[in-house]
Design a protein around this ligand. Structure first.
Ligand code: ATP
Ligand code: MG
Length: 417
C-alpha cells in the first residue's frame, strides 16, 4: 500500500511530465493571444459552493464529491473549475471593473468516480471563463480559443457539437412536454432519473444508462421550444462560428452534466479514445452569479480534460517535442579539475546553457556513458593535464570529433552553444 498511489490517481513521471509541460505552455500562449489572464483558486472550497454552484441534481453533487468536516465547516475538494472562479470574481468585486473579465485556469479536479481509461479521481483541466458579457460574441470567442488550441496541437479528429438549452422561461414549456412524454414510462427510469424527473428532467436525456437512453428516444427536444430571444442567440452563435471559419454540427441531444447551463452548450468529441469521448465541454450559465449570492453575471466557459486530450494526441500519433537539449556534460577527473568543473558548470548555466555534471564521481568512461544517456551534445573534458596547460577538450558527441580550445568561459560557451 505504501508504495502505491491511491486508486484513480496517477504519478506523472518525467517520461510523461514533459508532455504536460508542453500542452500547458501551448494553452497559456493561446490564452495570452486571446487576452485571457490566469486565475488560481484553492484546491478546496466550502461545500456549499458546489452544492449551489454545480446544481444538486448533478452526478457530481449526488455522488462524486470528496467532502469532509473540519471543525464546524464542511469542505470539498474542487470537482470543477467554474464555481470557484466565479466565487473569486464575486469575492474580489471584479464585476465593478470594466467588463468582461476573461480568465483561464489550469487545475487538478477531484471526483469520486469509477476509474477507467479517460476517467480518474484526480484529473486535470484547462478552462476559460468570460464573465459580464451577454453577447454571443463571448461564446464564439471561447469556442474559437478551444478550436485554435486543438488545431495548434495538431489534433484533427475532433468534432464540435453545439446546442442551446434555452433559458428558464422557455425551459418551463419544454420541461412540461418532456415530463408528459416520459410519464407512461416513469417506472422504467433508473433511480437517479426518477429523481431527475421532478427536479431537472432535461438531465434524463444525458443519462448514461442504456434503458433510459431508449426511453428518451423521440422525446421533445429543447431546440424546438426555444423562445425568440434564445432562438436569435443560437442563430447568432452559428453566424459567428461561420465567420471564424469553425466547422460545427448542431446536436440537439447535448445537455451537459451541470445544472446551471443556459443557452449555449457545446462539446468537442472524438470516437478515437473509447467511451470517454468528450474532450472539452462548456457553455453559458447566466444565473450562476446570483445563485452564489452575487449580482446578475452572465458567464460562458469551458472545461477541457488534459488526460483525454493527451489520449487523443496519442491516438492521432502526434509527437510531442522533448525538453530542451543538454548543451554539454562537463567531465572531470581529479580533485582540482572537479572544483574547476563545478565552477564552470555554474557559470555556463548562468549564461543560459543546459549543463550536466556527474554527481556519482564516475571515471571518464562512466561520464561519457552519462553524456550519451542524457543526450548531451558535447562533452567538455577537464583533467589535471588540461588544467596545467590552460586548455580543455570538447568532444562533439554526434561526430566524436574532438577539439582543443583555451580554458576560458567565453571559448567554452561558444564551442558548446
Ligand atoms: P463525462 O460525461 O465524461 O462524465 P462531465 O460532463 O462530467 O463528463 P465536465 O464536468 O463537463 O464533464 O468536465 C469537463 C471535462 O473534464 C470533460 O469533458 C472531460 O474531458 C474532463 N473530465 C470530467 N470528468 C473526468 C474524469 N473523472 N477523469 C478525467 N477527465 C474528466
Ligand atoms: Mg461526469
Amino acid at each position: 500500500m505504501l508504495t502505491m498511489a491511491p486508486k484513480g490517481t496517477k504519478d506523472m513521471m518525467p517520461e510523461e511530465a514533459y508532455k504536460w509541460q508542453y500542452i500547458e505552455k501551448v494553452f497559456a500562449d493561446i490564452c495570452a493571444r486571446y487576452g485571457f489572464s490566469e486565475v488560481r483558486t484553492p484546491v478546496f472550497e466550502h461545500t456549499e459552493l458546489f452544492i449551489r454552484g454545480v446544481g444538486d441534481t448533478t452526478d457530481i453533487v449526488q455522488k462524486e464529491m470528496y467532502t469532509w468536516e473540519q471543525g464546524k465547516r464542511s469542505l470539498t475538494l474542487r470537482p470543477e473549475g467554474t464555481s470557484p472562479v466565479m466565487r473569486s470574481y464575486i469575492e474580489h468585486k471584479k464585476y465593478a471593473e470594466p467588463q468582461p473579465a476573461k480568465y483561464y485556469y489550469n487545475i487538478p479536479c477531484f471526483r469520486y468516480e469509477k476509474p477507467q481509461s479517460g476517467r480518474l479521481r484526480q484529473f486535470h483541466q484547462f478552462g476559460v471563463e468570460v464573465f459580464g458579457a451577454k453577447s454571443m460574441m463571448a461564446d464564439a470567442e471561447i469556442i474559437s480559443l478551444a478550436y485554435e488550441f486543438l488545431r495548434e496541437l495538431g489534433i484533427k479528429n475532433l468534432t464540435l457539437e453545439i446546442n442551446s438549452v434555452g433559458c428558464p422561461d422557455c425551459r418551463k414549456e419544454h420541461r412540461a412536454a418532456l415530463k408528459e412524454f416520459l410519464k407512461p414510462n416513469y417506472d422504467k427510469l433508473c433511480d437517479t432519473c426518477k429523481d431527475r424527473y421532478e427536479r431537472n428532467p432535461m438531465r434524463i436525456i444525458d443519462c448514461k444508462s442504456p434503458e433510459c437512453q431508449k426511453l428518451v428516444e423521440g422525446a421533445p427536444m429543447m431546440l424546438d421550444y426555444l423562445c425568440d430571444d434564445c432562438k436569435k442567440d443560437f442563430e447568432e452563435l452559428q453566424e459567428n462560428l461561420k465567420a471564424a471559419g469553425i466547422p460545427f454540427v448542431v446536436n440537439p441531444g447535448i445537455v451537459r452534466g451541470l445544472d446551471y447551463y443556459t443557452k449555449t452548450a457545446f462539446e468537442f468529441v472524438t470516437d478515437t479514445i473509447g467511451a470517454q469521448g468528450t474532450v472539452c465541454g462548456g457553455g453559458r450559465y447566466d444565473h450562476l452569479g446570483e445563485e452564489l449570492g452575487g449580482p446578475e453575471i452572465p458567464g460562458v466557459g469551458f472545461g477541457l480534460g488534459k488526460e483525454r486530450l493527451l489520449l487523443v494526441m496519442e491516438a492521432s500519433g502526434i509527437e510531442i517535442p522533448e525538453n530542451k537539449p543538454v548543451n554539454a556534460l562537463i567531465a572531470y577527473m581529479g580533485e582540482e579539475p572537479k572544483r574547476a568543473a563545478i565552477k564552470l558548470a555554474a557559470e555556463l548555466r548562468r549564461k543560459g546553457l543546459a549543463i550536466e555534471i556527474d554527481c556519482m564521481e564516475r571515471n571518464f568512461k562512466g561520464q561519457f556513458k552519462l553524456a550519451d544517456r542524457v543526450g548531451a551534445e558535447n562533452t567538455v573534458i577537464i583533467g589535471e593535464d588540461e588544467l596545467a596547460s590552460g586548455k580543455v577538450s570538447v568532444k562533439k558527441m554526434a561526430t566524436s570529433q574532438q577539439i582543443e580550445i583555451p580554458f576560458t568561459l567565453e571559448d567554452i560557451a561558444e564551442a558548446i552553444k
